[in-house]
Design a protein around this ligand. Structure first.
Ligand code: GAL
Length: 656
């Protein structure tokens, strides 16, 4: 198991290196991650490659028996390159060129950038191909993060038009698919097609979805070229990875497609960042980790695990003593198998002088140093356990086209995609059921329960697979707006809602209403839905579908004199399958009651625990272990055992 730190010897006087590396070894670390922003250090002038600094770093690192994850530093490029080829700089949606000075402000479609980046990659990786200490290459850094997945430059415009021409073949086909007859937008030629830049009102929904797909292809195409180059040059003992940033549902690239490029995937785990008042909820943190694991279905690395407060110009929440340790244990519980902390020492200069580390600018080893040491000490004996399979019985499905279509058209001012994922995921997390978060095109036949949040784009193929799952006895939970659109981002014509799954759900949606922020409507449990621990009253936010049950029973209806329609329904299938349709932003209490009904009915493993106490059960060599995490800033208990604030530990089940 690799445990270590992100280390930037290039930022500090060389005389500090021995002391630093001794301190890193003192943590119990066996790996450092270096180099990912050091292009200028390696090529200070065009074509003058110089790796001598890192040769010296490697000598010192190796003399202490440490291994290395080496960053291919294409996320920040040297100033001379931007000065020579300004066209490598990406543009924002006002057309303004992003200035040299931040990071990742290059255009994925710039031929010049690609040429220089690949040339450097080749030289660097070839230089170290026989270096036994380098066990992994990290390509770039946090692809697509901080808005770097979007660019509106002339290179991108031309490449977008080529992308459309390849996809549609003829302009007539594009016109027909998009419905450009509307507002007289018919194109005579692909060269007339705009990027969806700011305009009056809004762009064509099909055009916008194609633009999103094009963004994804641009990023993944660039990453693929880098990875291919690394693979051509690297030693056989070296793997290839990249570090994914969080905020997956706010990015313009298909993460699952991206993940396929690598030997393993790494994640940068920041439960709190910048000006955030408080960390993400335990459920959201859990869902993010499950999402990362779901990209490959294998254990993943954390390349950057937060230890102290972070921020660029705004700083927020200071993690409480042992809270960062507890987040680390949560990550190990949910699929992380190797971990590096960000950062060995906080910088005194540069844009990240407020990103604190294991050691701060006072260069003293204190509480955070001891906290990281305690994690390494306590997790190291569990290398096999953290590599063990995670056997989830529940899966959440997502699809990037669907996510992007919501981003363009949120429909309700109160809509937030992550919130809608969590609305279905969180009740199962609260019951400590393991859940996979996976792309909808994966095989999901082995699960007992499928959660399908706001899947408004749904083609017949996906609907048929879900039907087969339910007919084989599975339980499905859909939420509002399911199945209304096709892959072109157009509404289905001549089909009742919810589209291809209307009959499977046994319902028809007669009308719908978006509920603006702060608006809630009342729901009443149907009288015959009693006896199942459903709260008698509930409420809905964000959205309401007005449902007419056909072969489904009503669980909740709107308490509304004009629209007393069903709000939540359930259809029992003859083969034992069950299909829920939650036609509104149902409140958490009612969602939790539904989750409890499902886990009991389907005999899914669940563990009752106090709110904020997370328990994950894993198995290795026939033994069961529990990871216990107290997310609360106060004492709690689990099965009679007292938990300190932010406690985290692993315990064999017989002792639990
Ligand atoms: C990550 C990034 C690091 C550093 C860190 C600060 O997003 O990969 O380079 O910026 O955040 O918290």
């Amino acid at each position: 198991m690799y445990l270590g730190v992100d280390y930037y010897p290039d930022y500090w006087p060389e005389q500090l290196m021995d002391e630093d590396l001794d301190g890193i070894v003192g943590l119990g670390a066996n790996i450092v991650r270096i180099g990912e922003f050091a292009w200028h250090r390696m090529e200070p002038r065009e074509g003058q490659y110089d790796f001598s600094f890192f040769d010296r770093v490697l000598e010192k690192v190796k003399s202490r028996g440490l291994k290395v994850m080496f960053g291919v530093p294409t996320a920040t490029f040297p100033a001379w390159l931007a000065a020579k080829h300004p066209s490598i700089l990406s543009r924002d949606e006002t057309g303004a060129v992003r200035a040299f000075g931040g990071r990742r402000q290059y255009c994925y479609n710039s031929p010049e950038y690609r040429e220089y980046a690949l040339r450097l990659t080749r030289r660097l990786v070839e230089h170290y191909r026989d270096e036994p200490a380098i066990v992994a290459w990290q390509v770039d850094n946090e692809f697509g993060h901080e808005g770097s997945d979007m660019c509106w430059c002339p290179n991108c415009h031309a490449a977008f038009q080529r992308f459309l021409e390849e996809k549609y073949g003829s302009i007539d086909r594009l016109n027909e698919t998009y419905g450009t007859i509307f507002w007289g937008q018919t194109y005579n030629d692909f060269s007339e097609i705009p990027m969806p830049l700011p305009t009056i009102t809004t762009h064509n929904p099909s055009l916008r979805l194609d633009w999103a797909r094009f963004r994804s292809r641009s990023l993944n195409g660039f990453a693929e070229a880098l990875v291919r180059t690394v693979r051509e040059c690297k030693g056989d003992h070296q793997s290839v990875t990249t570090n994914l940033a969080g905020g997956f549902f706010h990015k313009w690239f298909d993460h699952a497609e991206h993940a396929r490029l690598y030997d393993f995937i790494s994640y940068d785990h920041y439960p709190v960042w910048g000006g955030l008042r408080e960390p993400l909820s335990p459920g959201e943190l859990g869902m993010n980790l499950d999402f990362v694991r779901g990209l490959t279905g294998k254990p993943f690395w954390i390349a950057e695990q937060l230890i102290g407060a972070q921020g660029h110009d705004l700083i927020g929440y200071l993690p409480r003593p042992n809270q960062a340790r507890m987040w680390s244990f949560q990550a190990f519980a949910r699929g992380c198998s190797n971990m590096l902390y960000f950062v060995w020492r906080a910088m005194d200069r540069g844009a990240e002088q407020f990103c604190t580390g294991i050691v701060d600018q006072d260069n003293a080893r204190g509480r955070k140093y001891e906290e990281v040491r305690s994690v390494f000490r306590d997790i190291a004996p569990h290398a096999e356990l953290v590599e063990s399979d995670i056997e989830a019985e529940t899966a959440v499905l997502y699809d990037h086209d669907n996510i992007w279509s919501w981003r363009f058209q949120p429909q309700s001012e109160a809509f937030d995609f992550t919130r809608e994922m969590l609305r279905l995921y969180d009740p199962f997390h609260r019951l400590n059921c393991l859940t996979d978060v996976i792309p909808a095109d994966r095989d999901f036949a082995r699960y007992k329960v499928l959660l399908v949040p706001v899947m408004q784009i749904m083609e017949r193929t996906l609907a048929d697979r879900i039907r087969a799952f339910a007919e084989a006895g599975g339980t499905v939970v859909f939420s509002f707006r399911t199945g209304i659109k096709d892959k072109a981002n157009n509404l289905h014509f001549g089909m009742p809602q919810p589209g291809h799954v209307a009959d499977l759900c046994g319902i028809r949606i007669r009308a719908y209403e978006a509920l603006p922020k702060g608006e809630r409507v009342r729901l009443a449990a149907a009288p015959d839905a009693g006896g199942e621990d459903l709260p008698r009253e509930a409420h809905a936010e964000v959205w309401r579908d007005l449902i007419e049950p056909v072969s489904a029973e009503t669980l909740y209806r709107y308490d509304d004199p004009f629209f007393p329609h069903a709000a939540v329904t359930r259809r029992r299938l003859e083969g034992g399958g069950t299909v829920y349709y939650v036609g509104c932003g149902l409140d958490d209490r009612a969602m939790r009651a539904i989750a409890r009904i499902i886990v009991r009915e389907r005999k899914i493993c669940y563990i009752d625990s106090d709110p904020g106490v997370e328990v994950v059960e894993r198995r290795v060599r026939g033994r069961r272990y529990r990871f216990v995490m107290n997310h609360n800033g106060r004492e709690a208990s689990f099965q009679g055992r007292r938990l300190n604030p932010y406690d985290s530990f692993i315990v064999p089940v017989d002792e639990a």
